[in-house]
Structure formats: structure tokens, C-alpha cells
Design a protein around this ligand. Sequence first.
Ligand SMILES: [Zn+2]
Length: 241
Amino acid sequence: MEQLDPMPEDWTRALAIAAHPDDLEYGAAGAVARWTAVGKDVRYLMVTRGEAGIDGITPAECAPLREAEERAGADLVGVEIVEFLDHRDGVIEYGVPLRRDLAAAIRRHQPELVITGNYHDSWPGGGWNTPDHRHVGRAVLDAVADAGNRWIFPELTEAGLQPWNGVRYVAVGGSPQPTHAVDITGTLDRAVASLEAHRAYLEGLGEHPMASARGFLEFLADQVAPSFGGRRATAFQLLRT
Ligand SMILES: [Zn+2]
């Protein structure tokens, strides 16, 4: 079977950008745990608070609950900085306001690696992706270029956010076109704990296979293993900028 390449690790700071609390925990967090354990600085940015994610809980009650769960999950994989934008869950619009918000965050955090979620129409296996994930992933890829251009959002420069051209890689998790992987054999337990921190969300899933943090993350890691020397791993589609 064709093998995935190991993810480059010649970087010191990463910004992981997701549409919702829980997105990073379904796969990427195992890699994040490995990276923070060797001293890398990884930060999270959520475009929404995931307030439309639990059927039995109103958005007003849900937003602070999910924010707290995300902060707890991040802490378990060594992430201390977690930020939230105020886009509305479920109806994130691809457009200039989203690109501007993301470019501002990239300028503020100055990452060399940007991690984001699947921007493709479908998931590996063929299931239809959601508009929030597509829009955020595509806007992240665009905002990496915007962040480096002084003239696209001059209001950001006026606000003191200087252009940042230092992003070298964008890693897309959950992509149907993976190119690279990270061995998570040693961090799978921490990844499971990080996802289990989303207690209210997982309870809300009921009998769904994704409600079992360990079962689902082991399933994902075992799917990647044959393409990565038999090692349990999490896969990314790597784009060089
Ligand atoms: Zn999501």
C-alpha cells in the first residue's frame, strides 16, 4: 500500500482553526498532544462555540457549555490558548468577513503551521461534509495568503497587526486526500481524554458510533495504520505555502 510521509516537525508554533468545539478532538488532537509534549506551541481558534450542536440544549445554554468543554479538552493535550470567534454555528458564511477574522488571527499568533479541517465536499468514505467545515477550511487556506498581504485588509495593519508571511505549511485533518501522518501510538490515550472532555456533546450523540471517544479514535487511527508502517496514526493533507 502506498505510504504517507511523516508530517514535518521543523516548526515551533501552530494555530489550529476549526469550525466547532470537538472538530480537532476527532483526530488531530493525538498529533497535537505529541507536539506539545516535545515543547511545540499549539493554539486553538474556534470559529463558533458549537451552540447548535446538541439537540436537547438551546444555543444560549449550549455555547458556554461547549466553550468550557473545548477549553478542558485543549488543556488535556497541552494547549493553553483557546480563542473563539463569534460566527453563528451551522450557518458560517464563506466570505470577506470570515477571511478577515482568520487573517487577523494568523497575524496575531504568527504560526508557521496552520492546522484546519476538511474543506472538501465529502469525507473519506464518501459522506457529505457540512457547509461549516467546507467554508472554514477554504477560508483558512485563503486567509493564510491574506495574512501576508499588506493591502488586502489595510484595517488590520492600521490596528497594529502587521502582515505575517511565516506560514510554511497548512495541514488539513479529516481530508479524503491525505498525504502525511503523525504516529499517535503514544498519545492516543490523551486524545481519547481530550474528546471525552466533550461530555455533554458526546451524551447528546446517543447511540451514534462517534459517541464512543475511544472506539471512534481507535477506528480512525487503525484506518491510517496500513498507510503508515502499521503504526496507529492521524493523517493530514499537507499544503506548502
Ligand atoms: Zn464540526
